[in-house]
Design a protein around this ligand. Structure first.
Ligand SMILES: Cc1cc2nc3c(=O)[nH]c(=O)nc-3n(C[C@H](O)[C@H](O)[C@H](O)COP(=O)(O)O)c2cc1C
Length: 238
């Protein structure tokens, strides 16, 4: 008689433990199912933000970072260019992975030969475009949670334009960032998005828009997706 409440309590806590175990197992199974579902479908998702231009015609330089001619990011870049040209902007496109530029050597010999950098490579074709541009558009696939190496090398080569003693300047005022990745998670872009934010702060450039596309991997995955329409709109409103 004296141990009855005790055994009721025991039974109650055993039942409680069993129901918790059941709930945890069910939650784990559901989580596993959802994860499998998300990672096995090719659902493409786009997140974008942009502000409207001031109506002035601009000189826009689009720098791409993929070596795949009809790759997803190059299709984004082409869509942007179509919109920007339609709006009357002057647009140049430089494919950093097709005409690769060497990384910066930090040799501090900038401008010593009259040009921004002493290295003779495709940067000789890029720097006149950089010096003319009012707006820069970086368009890269996500590689190892970052910009592609090729576009990063080209960005590094802008170093001479940050030197106090320079022969010429860049006149860029505004920038945009367009990126795509195989990942289904927007947070995968956190690294380059933060680098972009810091670059803008350092150079006093104004962010005019960002577009991130998740879930694209194979050539053509982005075809037919409204990410391309959004990129075109960003060009039109540049
Ligand atoms: C070297 C390399 C690294 C990659 N790293 C990532 C990555 O970190 N995260 C990701 O989601 N996708 C990654 N990918 C996949 C690409 O971002 C994806 O295939 C993208 O759509 C390629 O764009 P493109 O067609 O413009 O080249 C990587 C691809 C390559 C070739």
């Amino acid at each position: 008689m004296s141990d009855e409440p005790h055994s009721t309590e025991k039974r109650f806590s055993r039942r409680k433990a069993l129901s918790w175990a059941g709930f945890t197992a069910l939650a784990a199974a559901l989580g596993g199912f959802l994860y499998k579902h998300i990672s096995s479908t090719s659902s493409v998702h786009v997140e974008s933000f942009s502000t409207s231009g001031n109506g002035q015609k601009k000189n826009i330089l689009v720098m791409t970072g993929s070596g795949r001619t009809n790759g997803n990011s190059n299709l984004l870049a082409n869509a942007f260019v179509t919109g920007a040209k339609e709006a009357g902007h002057t647009v140049n496109i430089f494919h950093t992975a097709m005409t690769p530029v060497h990384g910066c050597m930090h040799c501090e010999a900038c401008w010593s030969t009259g040009k921004p950098c002493v290295i003779d490579d495709a940067f000789d074709q890029l720097f006149p475009l950089l010096e003319k541009a009012d707006m820069l558009v970086f368009c890269s696939p996500l590689y190892w949670y970052n910009f592609s190496g090729q576009i990063k090398c080209a960005i590094d080569r802008m170093y001479p334009y940050s030197k106090k003693k320079r022969l010429r300047s860049m006149n860029v005022r505004e920038t945009m960032l367009l990126m795509c990745a195989q990942s289904h998670f927007l947070r995968s872009f956190a690294g380059p998005a933060e680098a972009y934010r810091q670059m803008l702060g350092y150079k006093h450039w104004t962010d005019r828009g960002r577009l991130f596309v998740t879930g694209v991997d194979d050539l053509g995955d982005i075809v037919g997706h409204d990410a391309l329409a959004k990129a075109e709109d960003m060009g039109r409103n540049a």
